[in-house]
Design a protein around this ligand. Structure first.
Ligand SMILES: [Fe+2]
Length: 199
């Protein structure tokens, strides 16, 4: 493919501008580690991000917020990446709506703890700051997310998974293509996932 992939400098500026400004001083050093992951070449994208069931715990109209750290306890997780077309072009302003369980495996079905939506920037980049979800019966560790390019676009509903989770092998919904790349850093974990939309 001849399409130019978003470069490393773009990732760094994303994390510097959007992420670091939101972090407290002790977390800055941690988040700066997020500069290290390289943007994968477009050729590495196996295809459109697979769809998955939304499950029983989706709540519409989540608040717009990209930083859910204050919603509970647990390991800090900084997830970032791109929203891309099949042709590996960034989807400016894409909507990402995340929801997940708290560290004890509970969903907030009355309010919006660990629920929030955000928009990718003009280069299709997003960053979501949260606490790693806990486990609940029958499922491996996961995040739920809906992504769409625009208000008239189809919605991609899917789930993201954590590498090296023992429960992945036992979870019938688990899909290797939905694994985040994840690495530990001082104070938490740095995650990376690029979404590829069909339309
Ligand atoms: Fe779930």
């Amino acid at each position: 493919m001849s399409h130019r992939s978003p470069d490393r400098r773009s990732v760094i500026s994303l994390l510097s501008a959007a992420g670091l400004a939101a972090l407290s001083r002790p977390e800055i050093a941690f988040a700066q580690g997020a500069e290290l992951p390289l943007t994968p070449a477009c050729e590495s994208h196996a295809g459109v991000t697979p769809r998955q069931t939304e499950g029983p715990f989706f709540t519409p109209s989540s608040p717009q917020r990209a930083d859910l750290r204050a919603d509970g306890s647990g390991t800090l997780l900084v997830l970032s990446g791109f929203v891309l077309t099949r042709q590996c072009r960034p989807v400016a302003g894409a909507l990402l709506d995340f929801w997940h369980a708290d560290s004890s495996g509970q969903y907030d079905n009355r309010g919006f703890r660990f629920r929030g939506h955000l928009f990718a920037d003009r280069q299709g980049r997003y960053q979501f700051i949260t606490r790693a979800p806990g486990l609940y019966t029958g499922r491996t560790r996961h995040l739920h997310v809906k992504v769409r390019a625009g208000s008239q676009s189809p919605v991609l509903t899917t789930q993201l998974y954590f590498p090296d989770e023992p429960g992945n092998r036992r979870d019938g919904l688990f899909d290797q293509k939905l694994l985040m790349s994840l690495r530990p850093a001082e104070g938490g974990q740095l995650g990376r996932f690029d979404f590829v939309l069909a339309a």
